[in-house]
Design a protein around this ligand. Structure first.
Ligand SMILES: [Cu+2]
Length: 175
């Protein structure tokens, strides 16, 4: 319980910081003196940072022994009417989380770091072995098969989506 609570706090702080930046360009709001109303506005901005149109389902982690990186796979659902762009992923269980894409060129498999991965409007994007994945490194605690690891996915819009990812053995090929 405690870990989940701390994690939620971090997500809110990040959301507030992101939500604040678009307001800087709005002169009429910036000109307003500090007031009680300021607090109410900040809270509203934080609440909207949690997405109502984006969800992540079926998240699982192929756990490999350190120092070999593990990978997380999941499906991003976008019920909104505009394209969503996945900017980054994070987990308190790992010191490093990067979005990668595996591609095969002339029989050679390679991974490249990717940013702003588009999830089509009214569509889904699947992260799966051999394609997009979240590379997980520098585990901060033992990652035990059968347990779940929380992850947070951040979008260009400032929206955040949380998911619980089931830890599976190294031999697992798909969910
Ligand atoms: Cu990778």
């Amino acid at each position: 319980m405690k870990r989940v609570f701390v994690f939620a706090g971090l997500a809110l702080v990040g959301g507030a910081a992101m939500a604040a930046s678009p307001m800087q360009g709005m002169k009429d709001q910036a000109a307003q003196p500090m007031s009680m109303n300021h607090t109410a506005q900040a809270m509203t901005a934080t609440a909207t940072a949690v997405s109502g149109t984006l969800t992540v389902s079926g998240c699982w982690i192929r756990s490999l022994p350190e120092p070999t990186p593990s990978a997380a796979y999941f499906i991003v659902h976008n019920s909104g009417s505009t394209v969503a762009k996945l900017a980054s992923a994070a987990s308190d269980a790992y010191g490093s989380v990067m979005l990668h894409e595996t591609t095969t060129d002339a029989g050679m498999s390679k991974m490249t770091m990717v940013h702003d991965i588009a999830v089509p409007a009214k569509g889904v994007l699947e992260f799966k072995p051999g394609g997009y994945h979240a590379m997980l490194e520098k585990a901060r605690r033992p990652i035990v098969v059968g347990t779940s690891v929380p992850m947070v996915f951040s979008f260009d819009s400032g929206e955040k989506v949380r998911a619980s990812c089931e830890v599976k053995p190294a031999t697992t090929l798909s969910r």
